[in-house]
Write a protein of this length. Structure first.
Length: 246
């Protein structure tokens, strides 16, 4: 009994040491991955990287990590317009089956899913244009975007009729969809009237309908689904063979 007791104590001590070593190793790996991702994606701040699964060391031996979560705040995505950027306030990606090189210089995930949020004021930069004539004597422009409920965007349009600005904006509910995996499309469900004047559809849609390209997301992930939310447009992203670093 005494020998068994000693053996159990030894096993507990060894197991505790292994857990400590394993956690230290994963913390070091997370920090290294975060630093490399920051450089690789030219990020302004260091991202959050969390390696899931236990033990970590056995995953290292196998050359594949079960799951890696990445969080990036304030990611500046390309818009397809040269130097223009659009800010993504919160980008989260859950990557599975991450294979890495022996020197940790590269890491590629078999698949990735995640979420992102684009604030309404960011999207408004695309929608907002110069005042446009939508009917004889009627000019209008988009002045605001907000949550319209039920997954819709509420578009505020300010109009001037025969030289007189309407006292209140006209609101339009719009559907938002993803096109070609890299574009957010906003399209009015119904067209508004301005002071009793119904503009031609082709003219009014020049201001109510618009698209925003979002390119160059980390590792080549792409837009999947989109829905209007309380603080902005909530986007689901996905990808395969996603390059985490290298």
């Amino acid at each position: 009994m005494r020998a068994l007791r000693i053996l159990l104590i030894v096993l507990v001590i060894v197991g505790g040491i292994f857990v400590i070593v394993d956690r230290v190793a994963v913390n070091l790996a997370e920090g290294e991955a975060a630093d490399r991702l920051k450089v690789n994606e030219n990020l302004a701040t260091t991202p959050d990287v969390s390696i899931k699964g236990f033990p970590f060391l056995t995953q290292v031996i196998g050359g594949t990590l079960d799951e890696v979560e990445v969080g990036i705040e304030g990611y500046e995505a390309a818009t397809g317009d040269g130097a223009e950027k659009i800010r993504i306030g919160d980008l989260r990606a859950d990557m599975t089956g991450v294979e890495f090189s022996s020197d940790f210089g590269s890491a590629v995930a078999d698949s990735a899913t995640g979420t992102a949020t684009v604030a309404y004021d960011e999207l408004l930069k695309t929608a907002k244009s110069e005042t446009t004539e939508v009917a004889p004597g009627v000019t209008a422009e988009v002045v605001g975007l907000s949550d319209g409920g039920n997954g819709k965007i509420k578009v505020a349009v300010e109009a001037t009729v025969l030289g007189t600005k309407l006292p209140e904006p006209v609101f339009v509910l719009s559907s938002v969809t993803v096109v070609d995996g890299n574009t957010v499309r906003v399209k009015a469900d119904a067209l508004p009237e301005f002071g009793g004047v119904a503009p031609a559809e082709s003219r009014v849609r020049r201001i109510t309908d618009f698209e925003q390209t979002i390119d160059g997301l980390p590792g080549g992930i792409r837009l999947d689904k989109v829905e209007a939310g309380g603080n902005g447009v909530d986007i689901t992203v996905k990808g395969s063979d996603v390059r985490l670093v290298g």
